[in-house]
Design a protein around this ligand. Structure first.
Ligand code: ARG
Length: 259
């Protein structure tokens, strides 16, 4: 009897030990925090995330994170994947950082990843073809198709309008560039997209599209790391503050012609 009790107590102790080390996102030893880290993005989101004429992933996000990495003693390379694959890539530990103009205020996202100090305040806006009589979301009618990019807050807004019967179809597209193209071509009545990216497009391609109505929400772009990677998060936040203090952030905003 005594022997059985001892075996039972040993089993309970082993289970408890396993539970303590496997909950809460795991222990720090399983996270990458230095050396060459991989950041993922969706690179049709200029000026934050795009592909330059030489085929390199480039943008404000890339420059800022690279400056933070140098300041904090690690290196970062970038990979272009679908926007809706970004958080799953961190959850599967296939990447270390998200650098994609990602809104950090979304509670569902906050459950899955840890966000850095926000580095850019944004919001959503309605983009229409130049000359459209649509004046904003309130002009949408139940026969309209509205485009947005898959997995984004703009898609959330459009899908909600569809569910409420205020539009006919939320056209969800993989690439941000395709969203703008469908507006330009008249394939959709409008798009719900991020204000800074829409302003960047209008500035580069005047006369093709217009931004109408009020800003639909408040967003705070931030970098994201795997849930529980507190050490890397601290490095990013410290590096970002250093880039604010030494003027690098302002220099990069000027380089990418951002407000
Ligand atoms: N800010 C929006 C969001 O967080 C859109 C971000 C799109 N970013 C990109 N690299 N395509 O959902």
């Amino acid at each position: 009897m005594k022997k059985k009790l001892m075996v039972l107590m040993l089993a309970v102790a082993m289970i408890a030990t396993f539970a303590m080390t496997s909950c809460g996102g795991g222990d720090a030893a399983e996270f990458k925090t230095d050396g060459e880290l991989l950041a993922v993005t969706e690179a049709t989101f200029p000026p934050f995330d795009t592909v330059d004429d030489e085929g390199n992933i480039a943008g404000f996000d890339m420059d800022l994170l690279s400056a933070i990495a140098e300041d904090q003693g690690f290196t970062v390379t970038f990979k272009d994947i679908g926007f809706d694959s970004l958080i799953p890539a961190l959850e599967a530990k296939e990447a270390d950082i998200i650098a994609a103009g990602m809104n950090s205020l979304d509670p569902e996202r906050q459950e899955k990843v840890d966000f850095s100090t926000p580095y850019y305040d944004s919001g959503l806006v309605v983009m229409v073809k130049a000359g459209s009589d649509i004046e904003g979301v309130d002009s949408f009618t139940s026969d309209m198709k509205i485009a947005s990019q898959i997995g984004t807050t703009g898609a959330d807004e459009a899908l909600a309008l569809q569910e409420d019967g205020k539009i006919a179809e939320s056209v969800i597209l993989d690439k941000f560039s395709d969203v703008v193209l469908q507006v330009k071509n008249g394939d959709v009545a409008a798009a719900i997209i991020d204000l800074p990216v829409a302003k960047n497009y209008v500035a580069k391609q005047p006369g093709e599209v217009e931004l109408v109505g009020d800003v639909l929400n408040a967003e705070a772009y931030a970098f994201a790391v795997q849930k529980g990677n507190a050490e890397l998060l601290e490095k990013i936040n410290t590096g970002y503050q250093n880039m604010l203090d030494n003027g690098t952030v302002d220099e990069l905003k000027a380089k990418w012609e951002m407000d």
